[in-house]
Design a protein around this ligand. Structure first.
Ligand code: CTP
Ligand code: CA
Length: 213
């Protein structure tokens, strides 16, 4: 079995020294890569900039990228031959419309950046998903969590979506623990306990492997 995993943030350059990014550390995605490899899967881990070292398992090939466009290109190359797609990356929704060739100098008291939408990696790959391929998305919502997650599940052709809780102390960005809720296309909801990201990853992998066609 071959698993394609996206993980970490993306960095969208503004000029040679600055970028737009986010607080994703990659911990959840890297933990998933290890958990899939521990079950015997071959994993391609397409990772945005993360401080974490490449996972040591010989079953995991780590491909380092910076931008959403690079992440898309790397994921699209692997997607056709992967049985399972897991989109754990926190992809920047927008990027600067222009990358200045030189460092932008400080001028007025205010500054406005023009941003343009990035490719939606999960949704775009979803268009070419074959019936036997299995896709898992992630979502982090602060309002109408279940409804928004369900909307993404259908819109992006996911078979499962993992909803990250921000309500619980110890869950989310940078923490070693996480609390998630998993939704499927049949409307079934599975609540996970607050636990280490490694345990969440093992639980998710078990749930995914149980549901493979
Ligand atoms: N995703 C992606 N490419 C993007 C944006 C998101 O592959 N450009 C994936 C994420 O990796 C995640 C899922 O889509 O698995 C949902 O991401 P999220 O940011 O919650 O959804 P968006 O569609 O970007 O909606 P919004 O940020 O407005 O809530
Ligand atoms: Ca987003």
């Amino acid at each position: 079995m071959h698993v394609l995993l996206t993980a970490g943030p993306t960095y969208e350059p503004l000029d040679p020294v600055r970028f737009l990014g986010n607080r994703s550390t990659g911990k959840m995605g890297y933990a998933l890569a290890e958990a899939f490899a521990a079950q015997g899967a071959e994993v391609t881990l397409v990772s945005g900039p993360s401080q974490l070292p490449d996972p040591a398992s010989p079953r995991i090939r780590t491909v380092r990228v910076e931008t959403a466009a690079e992440m898309f290109a790397a994921a699209a190359e692997v997607a056709p031959r992967a049985d399972v797609w897991v989109f754990a990356a926190a992809v920047a929704d927008y990027r600067p419309a222009q990358i200045a060739p030189e460092k932008i100098k400080k001028t007025g008291d205010t500054m406005t950046l023009e941003l343009v939408k990035n490719v939606d990696i999960a949704a775009t790959l979803g268009l070419s998903k074959r019936p036997e391929q299995f896709a898992v998305g992630f979502a982090l919502e602060t309002t109408n969590e279940l409804a928004h997650a369900q909307g993404k599940l259908h819109r992006k052709k996911f078979d499962l979506i993992v909803l990250n809780s921000l309500r619980d102390a110890g869950a989310g960005f940078g923490h070693d623990t996480n609390k998630v809720t998993v939704l499927d296309t049949a409307g079934q909801i599975v609540n996970f306990e607050l636990q280490s990201k490694a345990d969440v990853a093992r639980g998710l992998v078990r749930l995914i492997l149980d549901r493979l066609p």
